[in-house]
Design a protein around this ligand. Sequence first.
Ligand SMILES: CC(=O)SCCNC(=O)CCNC(=O)[C@H](O)C(C)(C)COP(=O)(O)OP(=O)(O)OC[C@H]1O[C@@H](n2cnc3c(N)ncnc32)[C@H](O)[C@@H]1OP(=O)(O)O
Length: 214
Amino acid sequence: MMKKILLIGGGGHCISVIDSIEKIGTYEIAGIIDTADKVGNKVGGHPIIGTDDDLETFYSRGITNAFMTLGSIGDTELRRKLFRQCEAHGFSFPVIMDPSAVVASFTTIGNGTYIGKGAIVNREVSIGKNAILNTGCIIEHNCHIGDFVHIAPRGTIAGNVCIGHNTHIGIGATVIEGKTIGNDVFVGASSNVIHNIKHNAKAYGNPCKVVEPR
Ligand SMILES: CC(=O)SCCNC(=O)CCNC(=O)[C@H](O)C(C)(C)COP(=O)(O)OP(=O)(O)OC[C@H]1O[C@@H](n2cnc3c(N)ncnc32)[C@H](O)[C@@H]1OP(=O)(O)O
């Protein structure tokens, strides 16, 4: 029998995750949690069945797995809040990895992390919890990726890079080998990171430069 899973957040990212879950075949999607005005709507063919006020009820009905399908482009606060809330109710967060993704050996992946279509994670990498490794991104050997990080589609991270918690690497951006990017950093689309970036910064361009503290 398939295990039931509750999806948290019914936006565009949810559609991507639904496709991966359906392809994996381990979990039956019990429904989606979103705001009250959206209850009854469908996302990717699955119904929005309640709000975060109903988490305890769903858990008590035996839906003990959850997955964060709320996306983030920069601000991870709501994702972090809802993740904490779900954990407090007892939900387990699996790793969801699309069958087309490739993850090498000796790699650790935190609970609730999503690895999207065609993503490649090379050997001896650590990925934190609740990260999004989006479509076609590449994480090379010996990288450390923090909690709640989003590597947007086609983001390319060379070997031995450290990326702090809550950081967003924009669509198509690259980070050269050995660089360190702090917590709460936003790297813009198609940027080319060739220097370290400290915490709490917004940076973009080629070469990528810090434009403002966040
Ligand atoms: C599945 C999915 O869809 S996941 C989606 C993933 N999406 C992303 O990663 C999007 C990332 N977003 C960006 O890169 C955006 O351009 C942002 C957030 C950096 C824009 O930041 P803002 O401060 O709002 O910049 P704004 O749009 O006002 O532009 C300010 C200046 O910066 C420049 N600029 C903005 N973004 C970039 C960039 N990525 N690279 C180079 N220059 C940029 C603009 O051209 C503009 O220059 P100008 O003042 O000379 O005209």
